[in-house]
Design a protein around this ligand. Sequence first.
Ligand code: FAD
Length: 326
Amino acid sequence: MMRNVWVLAEHTDGKLKRVTFELLTKGREICAAVGGTLCAVLIGSGVEGMAPDLQKWASKVWVVDQPSLENYTPDAYAKAMTTIFEKERPIMLLLAASSNGRDLAPKLAARFDGALASSCTDVVMDGGRLVGIRPVLGETAFVRVGFKSPLQIMTIRPNVIPVTEPENPSNGTVEKVDVTFDEKDLRTKVLEVTKAAGKVELTEASIIVSGGRGMGGPENFKILEELADVLGAAVGASRSAVDAGWRPHSEQVGQTGKVVNPTLYIACGISGAIQHLAGMKTSRWIVAINKDPEAPIFKLADFGIVANLFDVVPKLAEEIKTMKTD
Ligand SMILES: Cc1cc2nc3c(=O)[nH]c(=O)nc-3n(C[C@H](O)[C@H](O)[C@H](O)COP(=O)(O)OP(=O)(O)OC[C@H]3O[C@@H](n4cnc5c(N)ncnc54)[C@H](O)[C@@H]3O)c2cc1C
């Protein structure tokens, strides 16, 4: 069997998402370790134009470009993957641990009798075998997940793998695949997509500015939004801020909210309760702004500012704006 490692490309608004390049970086590393070939799978409607970006990385790019695939649905994507699998099978399939990837991966694992490791933060070689690293127990411990099945499927969190461009771009081949959809097999249909204009999705953001009870009220989040705007960041919140009705639940970070992995997490007026840390402790750099020097968040933070956030946050936004215009 060919030792192919496949990456399912994620895209939005006609552009490949950064997580796709993170997966390709990891896929290339795995191929080098197992002597495999890197392939990419591009599914959607009007997506063919993105294939050249994938050809630089992958030896082969499978493209399924059909109107029925305009929006992600598990049935349609699984059917598209099944049609490609009938032609060739990989030994490993990497997907983003995004809402689509997390939804699709178990379905594919069940359909193709594959082994699945979800929400991994890394993949390493151990004694010649691939092992997924996965945080558990509210991110307080890591488990190493081995695979027994010949098909290994893994979802990897966005923002955990630094992208390194290929030294020698591949110029891989493109193979278009036609999928015949039987309407009765497509059991769900996307009726409407509502997108907040200009907002960065929390789980994919590389910078997050988060506010807690220390923000004092919903109107004060304006200063966080201004800081987020200059940084190109997403806004997050602690559960206290969400429970108080200051922010929507979609912004809650933590054990009962979202798990995020940005490069930079700025916690403003957040004490650092264990349930909050469960959602953000794998962030690469953590900055905490809190007026209480004993706040537990400072134990985790790489940089701590003991101060009133209402003094610091607007100045920070102003400074960054000036740096950007200089
Ligand atoms: C089962 C369960 C699940 C939970 N899930 C989550 C979850 O998903 N996410 C989550 O966040 N929490 C979660 N919690 C709640 C968690 O235990 C904490 O209560 C919550 O995280 C506290 O939020 P906070 O840090 O905003 O508020 P607080 O703990 O009240 O901290 C506010 C901080 O703001 C600082 N502050 C106040 N004013 C200023 C100022 N002007 N300038 C600077 N600093 C200031 C204070 O010093 C303080 O440290 C969960 C709890 C349970 C029991």
